[in-house]
Design a protein around this ligand. Structure first.
Ligand SMILES: [Fe+2]
Ligand SMILES: [Fe+2]
Length: 194
């Protein structure tokens, strides 16, 4: 299997884990919550989502997708691929909007928190559904149809960027986020959230 596909699959696992952790922090803003949300963690996580998935992972998928699309014969598969492409744009805009509003919150500006929580909920649902869809349709189609030559060309066209959070070298600005994401067992995060 291509290294690029391995990379996408690993990114999805990391992303889902990060979203679980982010959920846990954001849930602190709910009225009934007893835990104080750490806004810096939320901002670091959103900053990472902007700097890596939105800036590298999705463009990588889009490039592979553009090679895959003309070779798809199944209409329903083509429709799913169009959805995936549209969702990349939607997710990117959504991340930016959340960064703006959580940043405003950090500067003590008055923000309608309930609206922010509702939008955050839509955002994580979209992210999770998107990953699920890609794992179900996009990844298998790439494995079945793309050739080593495709991967080679995409690799050359796109400067392969290391993951600044889960890669071999974590950016200093993400050290605390990394400790949080990998330091807390997933089951613990899940049980605290639900
Ligand atoms: Fe994607
Ligand atoms: Fe993806």
């Amino acid at each position: 299997m291509s290294l690029l596909i391995n990379r996408l699959v690993k990114d999805h696992e990391h992303l889902l884990r990060l979203l679980d952790c982010l959920d846990h922090e954001v849930s602190g803003y709910k009225d009934e919550s007893e835990h104080t949300p750490r806004l810096w963690l939320i901002l670091d996580a959103l900053d990472y989502l902007h700097n890596y998935p939105d800036s590298f992972h999705h463009p990588l998928e889009s490039r592979l997708l553009s090679r895959l699309r003309p070779r798809l014969t199944d209409a329903s598969q083509r429709a799913v691929m169009a959805e995936v492409e549209a969702e990349h744009k939607e997710i990117r805009q959504f991340t930016t909007s959340l960064i703006e509003r959580f940043s405003a919150l950090s500067m003590d500006q008055v923000i309608p928190v309930n609206q922010l929580l509702a939008d955050y909920q839509k955002y994580v649902e979209l992210q999770r559904a998107h990953i699920k869809k890609e794992n179900r349709v996009l990844i298998p189609a790439m494995k079945a149809i793309l050739t080593e030559e495709d991967f080679k060309q995409v690799n050359e066209a796109l400067k392969v960027t290391p993951d600044p959070l889960f890669g071999s070298h974590t950016w200093e600005s993400y050290e605390n986020l990394y400790q949080f994401v990998v330091g807390v067992p997933v089951e613990q995060v899940a049980s605290e959230v639900h």
